[in-house]
Design a protein around this ligand. Sequence first.
Ligand code: SF4
Length: 428
Amino acid sequence: MPRYFIWTIGCQMNKAESQQIAGYLDSAGYQAAGSFSNADLVVLNTCVVRQNAENKVLGTLGLLKGLKSKRPGLQILITGCFVNSHTQELQRRFPHIDLLFKPGDYLELIAWGKNQGIPIEQRPLCYPSNNGWTAPSPCTFTPIIQGCDNFCSYCIVPYRRGREMSRPVKEIVCETEELVGQGIKEITLLGQNVDSYGHDLPGHPDLADLLSELSSIGDLIRIRFLTNHPKDISLKLIEAMASLNKVCEYLELPVQAGDDDILKVMRRGYTVEQYRELVHTIRSKVPQISLSTDIIVGFPGETEEQFEHSLSIIKEMRFDVVHVAAYSPRPGTIAQREYQDSIPAEVKKERLNKIEELQVSIASEINSQLWGKEMEVLVEGRKGGKWFGRTQSNKLVFFEDTGDWLGHLAKVQINKTSPWSLKGQVKK
Ligand code: SF4
């Protein structure tokens, strides 16, 4: 049965509307989930009365972007006062949102459901929601640093999220210990730029220090973090990844473009050669590393030749995952102020498709090499009658078994591969 999770902030009206939305989703056969991480559909019911509330909405959307990149089937809906004042901006900035609907506009929700094959029925108001308990995922996400000081020319985050602010190591460790006590086995540390972690804290601990502290928590078996910045990632962090067993061999390292001139106007702070050397160092220290990257196509002025350079870096680096996005101007950013959005939408789309096609073939080849291998999977849940979970390298693996594997490590022998996931047989 598909599951939903509704996240609500703001006034009593929002809370009441969330209960109504729960009623609509119950009517479509959905079941309440305990958190984002074990939901198939998420609704954000938002408030913009204070800046603080708006910041929380943005933070949660950021978290969900990460979640959707791990589980592309996740559906994300947004409603509440945020939608009234920011619809267009939201649509541009968060392409991972499936539906925006105005507060109380349930006809829009029903119509969307119809398109998706989700039979949402008209419900009476004040429908008592079935907020039942569901088995929790063993994986969780923890923000460790808010904001960003980088000001990449296309990015609104520093304006909306403010300057970097790290959470103290002690606080994160205590929270993690508590979560582990409740059954959490894997933690993903979050930040717009996790490499900046700690510079604003007394004694300047860094991410490597935090990883080392977290590694000593007995029943925690895996630690991940995202997102890194190629200009900021340190050798110390790479060495920590190599030496700490619980730290997963997976990095999200956005390159954004494969052309030095475009990187310069993006204000990314590195060249293609520097990125290349960095990946070389990472791969020499952590040979099993799985790499994910982000690419923007159609940045103002991007020529066909410059776009070809982005294709070249993908071919050369052979990333496990590439997230590609077409450039869209964001009000208030340097790029929006200084450059005309000169690349036609259809050209951006064409470039985006070319990257996606290329990446499908690369990911197919990479994953096909895993055929026959035995992989350790932390089981996160069940879908379509199959257990699913991730390897250390963040590969999604499905297997069938009648046992209860939730939260356990399973050794799975891979017998089917695709660009997006693997299937196999559990070894007992
Ligand atoms: S793209 Fe990332 S590093 Fe650059 S400004 Fe935005 S959040 Fe910061």
